[in-house]
Design a protein around this ligand. Structure first.
Ligand SMILES: [Zn+2]
Length: 219
């Protein structure tokens, strides 16, 4: 069975900020990567100043940005069509069964997702839980490895240090290009960095140069 990485996050830009460097290292080795993106982030608060989007146009804008970001990363994209900010109200089993359809087709060697309970946003926690449940649906011997990403401020305190720490500082320009593809979201986030730093690439390296994950233990 060949290697194939599946990334499961709920929002366009989660892959850019969270895993773009790691994804790049896999792609450099010729390993296929598929992104199962839950929503179109249509409830995003950032509609620009001056306003560039309305509630009606934001999903189309974010969809185009997501497609662009996946072109930058050279990965395959599947948009799952959930509504932003509502994944926590879906049944975990139903979402897991939906994700399992993709995983069972792809038979990935590695799944990257959020660490449920330690990923800040309710969509992150709920989608991470469903992704892990989906992997659990494979017989134990056939389960892909899961790298769960914790992003809460207290996760190291609560979970101990992550066992996977990928130094992606050499891939930072690719990561930045991916983040920039999500223009509607990136501008605001990068603006604060720009205001404090002369060298955006250096500042980004310090801020986003390490991507860390916990290998999930199934019991
Ligand atoms: Zn997100």
């Amino acid at each position: 069975m060949g290697e194939h990485v599946v990334v499961i996050y709920p929002h366009p830009d989660d892959e850019a900020f969270g895993a773009a460097g790691t994804i790049t290292t896999f792609r450099e080795k010729g390993i296929p990567v598929t992104y199962l993106c839950g929503t179109l982030g249509e409830m995003g608060r950032n509609m620009g100043n001056p306003t560039f989007a309305t509630r009606e146009t934001l999903p189309e804008i974010r969809k185009a940005e997501l497609i662009k970001a996946c072109e930058v990363l050279d990965i395959h994209l599947e948009m799952l069509g959930y509504r932003d900010k509502t994944i926590e109200f879906e049944s975990t089993e139903d979402v897991a069964a939906h994700l399992f359809q993709f995983l069972n087709e792809i038979k990935p060697s590695l799944v990257i997702t959020h660490y449920p309970g330690h990923a800040v946003h309710p969509d992150h926690n709920a989608f991470g839980a469903a992704a892990i449940r989906a992997v659990e649906m494979f017989p134990a011997a056939e389960r892909p490895t899961v790298w769960a990403q914790a992003i809460s401020n207290t996760h190291v305190e609560e979970l101990g240090g992550p066992d996977i720490e990928n130094d992606v500082s050499d891939r930072i320009s690719k990561k930045l290009e991916t983040i920039m593809a999500h223009k509607s979201q990136a501008d605001g986030m990068l603006k604060s960095v720009k205001e404090e730093a002369d060298d955006i690439e250096l500042a980004t390296k310090q801020w986003l140069g390490v991507e860390s994950f916990y290998t999930w233990e199934f019991n």
